[in-house]
Ligand binder design. Structure first.
Ligand code: NAI
Ligand code: MG
Length: 351
């Protein structure tokens, strides 16, 4: 009898209801193979819960999650619910309360997948976006006044703290040391001359502690073009909350589909549970049809197991995903016709 991991499961809304169970099926398969156990508790939270209960999660929701080893999450948001609420009342609340200050978002081309970048191969598209996940542009600090009048005004202020920038920078440099030893700070300090100049300065200082890592900075406009024209220049990208949010969808696109991207919201100190979710949203346009691509969610399970210390199982899942993408079947977003269930079963079989 191996180790037991307690996992809180939050399907959320839309395709979350389909892809999170898919991820768990894969988790159970590797657990049996590597002799550990996954015990799950499900929490029916999100926009659907809000429609019934008037809140995205109960008031003591964070306390309920606190004792778990990790949280496996789909996505929240429904077209009939105010779309300013999902991040504010669920996602950002969990990320900040549990100091999940690292948003780990790998980008790589899986075998057999044709990137929309027609000349690029698996060797060219293989990097990790480290998105600062607790502060920056997304602290939701601001106000709207008199919106319907000629005096209407809105203000929203970013927050960057030395502590906040240093801790995510150390994580990113350490990651670069384990990879190809190149770190690119994606910034916009030529125009955001206060907040991002400070961001750059702190990262530059941290970089001196990692002389074996080649450090450079790139402005986000150039970085967006480089994602498309020369993704091979990237190894570890360190960037801000909003820039990382945007660039990771672009990362998903060059991998071939948003549905392929996995991610972790990580508290490296393990003082709190970390939360693992695909990079995309609840995709209400395709929900309930069993056609969503489950690979981003399955990859998130691999990242979760890696965080929990089951690195071999994690690597095995990534290889199994590669076996499936190499031979097919594929879902509709990748020009195939397979269902969510068929892809999941194919990954389980590959394991
Ligand atoms: P989205 O990521 O849900 O969908 C964008 C497009 O990608 C859609 O056409 C969708 O069908 C497609 N897509 C996404 N995941 C896919 C998958 N696994 N397989 C195949 N196709 C997939 O973004 P959108 O439409 O902007 O947002 C929908 C809702 O999700 C909103 O309420 C939004 O607030 C929420 N959202 C929640 C997030 C979270 O909970 N972390 C993150 C992003 C959005
Ligand atoms: Mg996003």
């Amino acid at each position: 009898m191996g180790k037991i991991y307690q996992i809180a499961v939050v399907n959320g809304d839309g395709i979350g209801e389909e892809i999170v169970p898919a991820g768990l099926k894969v988790a159970e398969k590797v657990a049996a193979k590597y002799n550990f156990n996954i015990e799950t508790s499900s929490f029916p939270w999100g926009a659907g819960y809000y429609l019934k209960e008037g809140e995205f999660m109960p008031e003591n929701g964070l306390e309920q999650l606190r004792g778990f080893d990790a949280i496996l999450f789909g996505a929240v948001g429904l077209p009939e619910v105010d779309d300013t609420l999902p991040a504010k009342d669920y996602t950002f609340r969990v990320r900040t309360s549990f100091e999940q200050y690292v948003n780990y978002r790998p980008v790589k081309l899986f075998p057999g997948i044709q990137s929309p970048l027609r000349d690029k191969t698996e060797q060219d598209i293989d990097f990790v976006i480290i998105r600062e996940n607790n502060e920056g542009e997304f602290v939701q600090n601001g106000k709207i006044m008199y919106p319907d009048t000629p005096n209407g005004m809105a203000i929203e202020t970013s927050i960057f703290t030395r502590h906040g920038v240093e801790r995510v920078a150390h994580f990113a440099f350490k990651l670069a040391q384990k990879r190809r030893k190149r770190l690119t700070n994606v910034t916009k300090s030529n125009t955001l001359i206060h907040s991002l100049l400070f961001w750059d300065t702190v990262i530059q200082e941290v970089s001196t502690q990692y002389p074996d890592v080649e450090y450079n900075k790139m402005y986000v406009d150039n970085a967006s073009a480089s994602f498309v024209l020369k993704p091979e220049v990237f190894d570890v990208i360190l960037t801000t909350n909003m820039i990382g949010d945007i660039l990771s969808d672009l990362g998903g696109a060059i991998m071939g589909s948003l549905g392929l991207g996995g991610s972790g919201n990580i508290n490296p100190e393990k003082d709190y549970p970390s939360m693992f979710e695909p990079i995309h949203g609840s995709a209400p346009d395709i929900a309930g049809k069993n056609i969503a691509n489950p690979i981003g969610q399955i990859w998130s399970v691999a990242l979760m197991l890696d965080h929990l210390g089951e690195s071999e199982a994690a690597r095995d899942i990534e290889n199994a995903i590669g076996k499936v993408t190499a031979k097919g079947p594929l879902t509709k977003d990748l020009k195939g016709s397979a269902t969510t269930t068929e892809i999941t079963d194919a990954v389980v079989k590959a394991l």
